[in-house]
Design a binder for this molecule. Structure first.
Ligand SMILES: Nc1ncnc2c1ncn2[C@@H]1O[C@H](COP(=O)(O)OP(=O)(O)OP(=O)(O)O)[C@@H](O)[C@H]1O
Ligand code: SF4
Ligand SMILES: [Mg+2]
Length: 341
């Protein structure tokens, strides 16, 4: 385990998650889907790290491996616990893991399917507190009421069932539940993607208010660049299981250093229909993580590809202060940024 810098709350090192592909009657392993392949990132306290990339590039898998909700193939998740000591979540025994899970929570995408329809709001929000044996009786009810108020729900509705609430309110229930154990770090996986645009804005504002109030750190996963730009302090761009660029939000949007980021930024639909978009249509399919191309995985779609790109995988390198990109020509190419919303 390498040391974690003083100012980090979390550092993920060399994270890999390979899913075995099994075939035939004997279920023989015939290959691997490299969903997350040697990824590194860190998060500072009170910071939002946005994770973006096309569908299937490994965002959810990375988020879940970080929480050890699924078991990674290898790597480390160094996390500063509430006592201030740094622990590797991937090396913890079950009993320690249960304790650390109080500090690390997940907010799901779908507020409809993630809440048990047969449980009252009281029981849904109380569940993590009951499972961890933290509160019971009136203290538990009081805590649930406090959490409901915190996320903008009427605490008199605690005996209602999820179907009585709108999508936005259900997402608030999910957030209250995630906050129940007073965590420090939350993975928000497409937390607003299933909501109407007006409701999205309310939930994003709520997440930002809560972050400030409770000094939370977020790993915020989304394929919506506008949302990512709005909420993130720093951004990581993933392509086929790899992190290809990380930078402050401002630098990444204004001055991308990886051709894939440039392509993503220019592919974002421009909301004003009177404006003509000069978008790059990404040519070719996303590479298959079970059988990725040689060298740089982006080379079949990259307008700047050279021979070396087909032969050698580029290493992540620093191209400016706090700005990293995995491209042989990072720092040399003049790439276009975006001035999205
Ligand atoms: N349990 C699993 N078994 C096998 N392959 C899986 C499993 N879960 C995910 N994958 C594969 O891993 C890759 C990454 O999937 P993941 O869901 O992490 O992507 P994502 O970036 O979150 O996509 P989206 O934007 O659609 O949510 C995909 O190729 C997916 O098919
Ligand atoms: S390494 Fe080559 S193919 Fe890959 S992004 Fe850079 S220029 Fe394009
Ligand atoms: Mg996903």
């Amino acid at each position: 385990m390498n040391a974690i810098q003083e100012e980090f709350v979390l550092e993920v090192q060399s994270m890999k998650k390979y899913f075995a592909i099994k075939k035939g009657f004997l279920q023989k392993t015939v290959g691997y889907v490299k969903a997350v392949d040697d990824v590194h990132f860190y998060i500072r306290p009170g910071e939002t790290f946005g994770l973006v990339g096309e569908s299937g590039c490994g965002k959810t898998t990375l988020g879940r491996c970080t929480l050890r909700a699924i078991e990674p193939s290898s790597g480390s998740v160094l996390f500063r616990d509430r006592q201030g000591s740094v622990r590797d979540v991937l090396k913890m025994e079950t009993s320690d893991l249960r304790a650390i899970r109080r500090d690390m929570q997940l907010i799901f995408q779908d507020p409809y399917s993630s809440l048990n329809p047969r449980m009252t709001v009281l029981n849904i929000i109380a569940e993590p507190l009951v499972c961890n044996g933290l509160l019971s009786g009136q203290a538990l009810v009081d805590r649930v009421k406090q959490l409901m108020e915190l996320v903008g729900l009427n605490s008199r509705h605690l005996e209602r069932y999820p179907h009585a609430f709108s999508g936005g309110q259900r997402q608030r229930i999910g957030i209250a539940r995630a906050l129940a154990t007073d965590p420090k770090f939350i993975v928000c996986d497409e937390a607003v993607s299933a909501l109407d645009v007006s409701v999205q804005a309310q939930i994003i504002n709520l997440l930002q208010d809560l972050q400030e109030k409770l000094h939370l750190s977020y790993l915020f996963i989304s394929h919506d660049l506008g949302v990512i730009q709005h909420i993130s302090n720093r951004v990581g761009v993933m392509y086929v299981g790899k992190m290809v660029e990380t930078a402050s939000t401002k630098d990444l949007f204004a001055s991308p250093k990886h051709p894939y980021t440039e392509a993503l930024l220019s592919a974002k639909p421009i909301p004003d229909p009177r404006k003509k978009s000069n978008r790059i249509i990404l040519s070719g399919e996303v590479a298959n993580p079970a059988n990725p191309p040689s060298g740089c995985y982006f080379h079949p779609r990259c307008p700047y590809a050279q021979d070396v790109c087909r032969k050698e995988a580029p290493e992540m390198k620093q191209v400016a202060e706090g700005h990293y990109a995995a491209c042989h020509f990072a720092g040399e190419l003049e790439l276009r940024g975006a001035s999205v919303s």
